[in-house]
Design a protein around this ligand. Structure first.
Ligand SMILES: CC(C)c1onc(-c2c(Cl)cccc2Cl)c1COc1ccc2c(ccn2Cc2cccc(C(=O)O)c2)c1
Length: 232
């Protein structure tokens, strides 16, 4: 049947895309990524700074998701804690797959590869990056997929499951229509995007082990990361 994006849905896409583009990691953090020397220690410190900055960016973005601030306050926290890692995997995949002019992508990839992370996590992580790159998502799709990840109702400690589900369904409906309109030659494109959300959950489980292995090698995290990732 004829797929039509309503006026309200167009406004929703604009609000989410504006918020998504407005929030970038500060220049001083990204400049350091290019300048500092390469050592496992230095790479870990830089990535910790990037992750901390990314969490702050994520909180700001989430506050601009229409309807998010009307959710129960404790549920807002539960959604942020539960989705932070997945949103950051998505964001890092989008940044790494965009071949940035400044050679910045290669630098970032190099620092991740040499940050004391064990091989068993590296492979699934870079496979994920490759699978995101192959999708050639538009900015709207990236922003909406991140929003849908954040609005996942079955995170730990979420009380008003239905309220979150309603919000997520609104976003899923918009994304489905966008996919049909922007990828008419690929009827399965929307399903492929949702398949990435399943892969994100697997990476989330790997990430918990990554943190433990970094902890055992006495790596320090910032207070914000300890709080959002429940690290002691
Ligand atoms: C604590 C630290 C060592 C860590 O633990 N797990 C991960 C971790 C890792 Cl190693 C991979 C994926 C997700 C996480 Cl949490 C990390 C490093 O975290 C990040 C977070 C975001 C990342 C990166 C790499 C790229 N990005 C996205 C990015 C970078 C620069 C600018 C912008 C922007 O929006 O302007 C976005 C690393």
């Amino acid at each position: 049947e004829k797929v039509e994006i309503t006026k309200e849905q167009r406004a929703l896409i604009k609000a989410i895309l504006d918020a998504y583009n407005r929030h970038q990691i500060p220049q001083d953090v990204t400049k350091k990524l290019l300048q500092e020397q390469y050592s496992a220690e230095e790479n870990f410190l830089l990535l910790t700074e990037v992750a901390t900055s990314q969490v702050q960016v994520l909180v700001e973005f989430t506050k601009n998701i229409p309807g998010f601030l009307s959710l129960d306050r404790e549920d807002q926290i539960a959604l942020l804690k539960g989705s932070a890692v997945e949103a950051m995997f998505l964001r890092s995949a989008q940044v790494l797959s965009k071949k940035m002019p400044s050679g910045y992508t290669e630098v970032l990839e190099e620092r991740i590869r040499k940050s004391g992370m064990s091989e068993e996590f590296m492979t699934p992580m870079f496979n994920f990056y490759k699978s995101i790159e192959e999708l050639h998502m538009t900015q709207e799709e990236q922003a909406l997929l991140t929003t849908i990840t954040i609005l996942t109702p079955d995170r730990p400690y979420v009380k008003s499951h239905e309220a979150v589900e309603r919000l997520q369904e609104t976003m899923l409906d918009v994304l489905r229509k966008l996919c049909v309109l922007q990828h008419p030659q690929e009827p399965q494109y929307f399903a492929r995007l949702l398949g990435r959300l399943t892969e994100l959950r697997t990476l989330h489980h790997y990430h918990v082990e990554m943190l433990t292995s970094w902890k055992t090698n006495d790596h320090k995290f910032t207070p914000l990361l300890c709080e959002i990732w429940d690290v002691q």
